[in-house]
Design a binder for this molecule. Sequence first.
Ligand code: PGA
Length: 249
Amino acid sequence: MARRKIVAGNWKMNMTPSQAVALCAELKDLVKSDDVDVVYCVPAIDIIPVVEAVKGTNVAVGAEDMSFEEKGAFTGEISADMLLDAGVKYVIIGHSERREYHKEDDASLNKKVLKAIEKGLTPILCCGETLEQREMGITLDWIRTQIKSDLKDVTAAQVAELVIAYEPIWAIGTGKTATTAQAEEVCKAIRECIAEVYGTDTAEKVRIQYGGSVNAGNAAELFAQPNIDGGLVGGASLKADFGKIVCYK
Ligand code: PGA
């Protein structure tokens, strides 16, 4: 069975709650689609108004991060239960900006993945190499290490349900998209890595997105690749262009 495409916006730290609601209204008719899952991953403070704003539409809401702790004295943190209670379905885990600015490592990201799955949230697990790593020729090894560590103790059935986003760090927010061939090469390697660890059935089911300067002009070609099941979109998710990315066909 063909995998269903999934296109997620990663709004990052851009929209105030009232701006977020206005953006939902602007995008409402543009992101209608019967064959693509559409997700807005939004800042924690925007979650409640955005869940309300997308009610009755085809859009699901995601968080940009969550705590791996159950609950308690963790000032500033947001738990999986809080996200679920607010109506969240997806959660980005291990975005390169979290890894870099908040020093999130694979061990803690693994705990986040396990907690999200335990609670019934779908992780969008991010991985990706730096420009330096690409130039050193160690991209595929690096990605395999990230995937294997971040998915430690996750079962094959659980892996089949999650979303992995391949985001080369040098392509994020730079306007410098990976070539279609580069994106497909790594997404294919991720699927092979999943097949190696969890079997081919699981690998055929897991959805793998490409992220990094996806825009209305390059989405169709990227999403047509056999191993690319949609995109994680930053900058272009904040404007009407996002509708063109969702309706890329
Ligand atoms: P970009 O961001 O589309 O602005 O490059 C992608 C991301 O960080 O998820």
